[in-house]
Design a protein around this ligand. Structure first.
Ligand SMILES: [Ca+2]
Ligand SMILES: [Ca+2]
Length: 131
């Protein structure tokens, strides 16, 4: 049904269209949307870099530490100096994007070096700069 090109495989976009036409909501749509919006290199894993690029739509190499501080402050909704998974989810929601909760959590976990459950500005900088 979703295979419009009859080539035996579907692209993510076709998949999303099909899901939308069928009126599916929630998880399936979320997955499709995530692939389309946040995964330009099609490796099916949303990295923090892809996430950052999506959030600020510019080349990470051109970003200064001051820019990063602005982005960090935007993400840190309660201004406690720590970005939590909740705050990332909230920020994505505000910009009409969605990401699976477990992806957000694993992204934080991967970069949360002192294991306090969130990203400090220092951890955030390291995460965003890593290639
Ligand atoms: Ca916070
Ligand atoms: Ca931390």
């Amino acid at each position: 049904m979703a295979d419009k090109s009859k080539a035996g495989e579907i692209t993510v976009l076709q998949f999303r269209d099909a899901v939308l036409k069928l009126g599916f909501q929630g998880r399936t749509l979320e997955i499709a949307q995530m692939f389309v919006d946040l995964n330009p290199d099609e490796d099916r894993v949303v990295t923090i870099d892809e996430f950052m690029n999506e959030m600020c739509k510019e080349d990470s190499r051109k970003r200064t530490e001051k820019d990063m501080q602005v982005i960090f402050n935007q993400l840190d909704a309660n201004k406690d100096g720590l970005i939590t998974p909740d705050e990332i989810a909230l920020c994505l929601k505000k910009s009409n994007r969605s990401m699976l909760e477990e992806n957000i959590e694993s992204m934080i976990k991967k970069n949360d070096h002192d294991r306090d459950g969130g990203l400090s500005f220092k951890e955030f900088l390291v995460a965003a700069k890593r290639k």
